[in-house]
Write a protein that binds this ligand. Structure first.
Ligand code: ZN
Length: 155
């Protein structure tokens, strides 16, 4: 019994440390949320008019031009799902329609490296408000949920 308990504790400790490694968010240069964990990175950013901008970056977070990537998004709003198409504009991919009314809903962003590539799906919980702690849009908040270190402490 004792050994089983030790084993369970070890598994929990391992799981916790794995989460801590993965959970460190990268702040999006435009103030948006970085969807990716590996380069090329994609940033999800919502403009004032609620259109969605997806920008691409290399591993050093230098902007990358759009090079055939195909982006779609589905906003799972409470009023119904809305599909967003994206077109290239000013070196990024911009949705042709704005996000639907309201907030606190998921937006599923589908990115393909090119027309024939397998799609990769990223889920963003869209919140309209600004985070009190990091002053970023809530959907792009980089505050550590564990409360270890906040962005505003670094200023
Ligand atoms: Zn925050």
């Amino acid at each position: 019994m004792n050994n089983i308990h030790k084993a369970i504790l070890a598994i929990i400790a391992l799981a916790v440390s794995t989460v801590a490694l993965v959970a460190k968010p990268i702040p999006g240069p435009k103030g948006g949320r970085i969807l990716t964990t590996d380069a090329p990175h994609a940033e999800f950013f919502v403009e004032n008019d609620r259109s969605v901008v997806v920008s691409l970056y290399d591993k050093d977070m230098k902007p990358l031009p759009v090079s055939g990537q195909v982006v779609f998004a589905t906003a799972e709003a409470k009023t119904g799902k809305v599909k967003l198409d994206f077109i290239e504009k000013n070196g990024a991919l911009v949705s042709t329609v704005p996000l639907p009314e309201g907030d606190d809903y998921n937006v599923v962003v589908q990115i393909r490296d090119n027309v024939t590539a397998r799609p990769k799906n990223y889920r963003v919980l869209f919140h309209d408000e600004v985070c009190d702690e990091c002053k970023r849009a809530e959907y792009a908040c980089i505050c550590d949920d564990a409360g270890k270190e906040h962005a505003h402490d670094k200023k």
